[in-house]
Design a protein around this ligand. Structure first.
Ligand code: MG
Length: 166
């Protein structure tokens, strides 16, 4: 098997008094997301996509939210740990495509930095990392500004082929 695909989905609730972190980037906003870690829903969706491609469960399994070790932890660090599992299992990331669904704030200005940061952790060029942001047109829990959702699809390819390095 040369390729494996995985998808991830995550939601976090808006809360006052916490920083907003998405894709490893702190974004100025009047509210942040509630969670045991830094509540970076985008990074969590990406971790779940990576684990899903390997059929290795989800981040809740590997980094339980009742473990004090992960309290307030940067989700990029969790992604680094997941990438260690990816490499250990003989895979590398071919590409990532992800979407954040948030009514506010406007995320477009932050996407280039988020792409760079995530590409760095995944060990690929930014040309293999696609990030999009959309609103939900005011509909549902995202539109009522109760929470933020993120989804990600990732393709893994087997390492060790010809011209393998990238
Ligand atoms: Mg989460």
């Amino acid at each position: 098997m040369r390729f494996r695909i995985g998808q991830g989905y995550d939601v976090h609730r808006w809360v006052r008094g916490r920083p907003l972190v998405l894709g490893g980037v702190e974004i100025p906003h009047e509210a942040g997301l509630l969670g045991h870690s830094d509540a970076d829903a985008l990074s969590h969706a990406i971790c779940d996509a990576l684990l899903g491609a390997m059929a290795m469960g989800d981040i809740g399994l590997h980094f339980p939210d009742n473990d004090p070790a992960y309290e307030g932890i940067s989700s990029l660090l969790l992604m680094e740990k997941v990438m260690a599992m990816v490499r250990q299992a003989g895979w590398r990331v071919s590409n990532l495509d992800a979407t954040v669904v948030a009514q506010r704030p406007r995320l477009a200005p932050h996407i280039p930095v988020m792409r760079e940061r995530i590409a760095g952790v995944l060990g690929v060029g930014v040309d293999r990392v696609s990030l999009k942001a959309t609103t939900s047109e005011g509909l549902g829990f995202v539109g009522r500004e109760e929470g933020v959702a993120a989804q990600a699809v990732v393709l893994l390819e087997k390492r060790g082929g010809q011209g393998d390095e990238h």
